[in-house]
Design a protein around this ligand. Sequence first.
Ligand code: TYM
Length: 328
Amino acid sequence: MTRVLSCIQPTGEVHLGNYLGALRVWVEGQHTKDAFHGIVDLHALTVTEVPDTVGNATLELAAMLFAIGLDPNVATVFVQSHVTEHSQLGWMMECTVSFGELSRMTQFKDKSAKREAEFVSAGLFTYPALQAADILLYDTDEVPVGEDQRQHVEITRDIALRFNHRFGDTFIVPKAVTPKAGARVMDLQDPTSKMSKTAGSDAGLVNMLDEPAEIVKKFKRAITDSDSEVRFDRANKPGITNLLEILAACTGETPDALATRYTQYGPLKADAGEAVVELLRPIQARYHELMADRSELQSLLRTGAAKARAVAAATLARAQAAVGMLPA
Ligand code: TYM
């Protein structure tokens, strides 16, 4: 069975880009693939400076992952720091990737530039090595992610190949998988930038827990293009293309087919907003139910961690043996 692994950081609220680009694909894949999904709190530490925030964010994210339909009896959902092998293999990966390779990561360049006068941790720079460990620990075949994570999966492949070449066949070389529509959801106010927790205005960001009226308003106010033609054209009509793509991701139709149905921007904005509201309505209800029982959520995460650890421990041992480290 194909092994799938993907992860999400517990930083800020989950947004529509996360859902359409990645999470939805995780849910769809869980019955046909052997699925592992991590809440990567160690990654969140790269930007965490306030005490008592990351644990709460982790629990809320767990509730959201179960609310969207990940079934704890089917998929393995775990917290990264509960499986200590991630840190251990992470270090080995740091020693297998070069400074030059890490310097070329666009996410590091973007994030460090955005933090400007703020503290830029070394972890933000070495982050892709830990991500490689996340992936390689599970003998992963496929990594379902949004377009922005492709480069990190590419570097993981390079690291795996280098390690296998140096120390003998140890790791499966994974590949990234992105959805047809929704792989790069753009900010509604700045459709040339991806929708993101850290970038853009609140008006351009649709959170999974936004009230229906707020969602409708955000779509109504979405920035569109200067002429009034509805057509799918990423380069020249980024605003309209983004709305068509979001609507396509919600309805399962193609953006091109949808474009033929609209002659004005207004109805497209209204339909896209409504489609998102309907998509999120049952998820929001389920989320609030799940958050009412925090100890049950923690218990589900403990079960997930035990299942994850069994796989991760075997892979770490294999990697250490391949290098020839002295057993404890
Ligand atoms: P993160 O937490 O930023 O995002 C989680 C997932 O959401 C996708 N995504 C988007 N997709 C489409 N449009 C958008 N605007 C958009 N914004 C975010 C991301 O591509 C991602 O799939 N480094 C990762 C977390 C990570 C990971 C891993 C992923 C750590 N280890 C191992 C896969 C495998 C990250 O920061 O994702």
